[in-house]
Design a protein around this ligand. Sequence first.
Ligand code: ADP
Ligand code: MG
Length: 260
Amino acid sequence: MIRIAIANQKGGVGKTTTAINLATALAATGHRTLLIDLDPQGNASTGLGIPNLSREWSSYHLLLGECSVEDAVISTKVPKLDIITATQDLSGAEIELIDFEERTHRLDNALAQAQEGRWDICLIDCPPSLGLLTVNAMVAAQALLVPLQCEFFALEGLSQLLQTVDRIRARFNPALTIMGVALTMYDRRNRLTDQVADDVRACLGDVVFNTVIPRNVRLSEAPSHGLPALIYDYKCSGSEAYMGLARELIARLPQRELAA
Ligand code: ADP
Ligand code: MG
């Protein structure tokens, strides 16, 4: 199982929208997918229609060692897509974990105990910070997917993210790679977003996915129906873009990781 963390410490850049719809696209193309909601806001869980009451065991309990991956996994309405949900408890985890042993490896260790071969791909939806939750995701992951919003300050904060990645590599996880940067909320009628997309490509090069996620109202409506956009309206431009992103992502994955 390859583990991919979706991270950017800025809020509102499309991490959760990407997590939900990429996970759905991967599942739809036959990959058994596990989505881990690691944001106390629990938007990925809500967006996949999992009510709060069903989240008896969540990523919070998993990090604290109170349950196993198998206890916490819930299947979603999407065939081949499972989720480990998040609840507001998780906002306390950063503090509660301070006294725990191996506090940066809680997620990694929990996933290592999971049944082998049950999923092909695991996506981790990170909170908008570089705190202990995101660090746990980066320690557990082999690769990072970074959504960048096409706006004037897109690249601001990226150096901080890259510094964190360097520190994680140096201390805990030397093999961590940045597998791709996904441009989100692209508006082709707006010349500024075009300019931003060009600048980001000039600056970051090939690491930027060719697929660009357009600004599309269906993507923002779908979560209120508890559905991925890919089910809510599979023909909308947002859904098509996430299918394209999934294809590109699969092409970038080492095939042996997928098989493992
Ligand atoms: P993050 O997880 O990085 O905080 P979200 O995925 O929750 O970001 O997105 C922030 C807001 O923008 C949400 O209301 C979401 O529905 C909306 N949104 C995200 N991506 C798009 C898009 N491509 N088009 C339109 N709205 C979007
Ligand atoms: Mg989010």
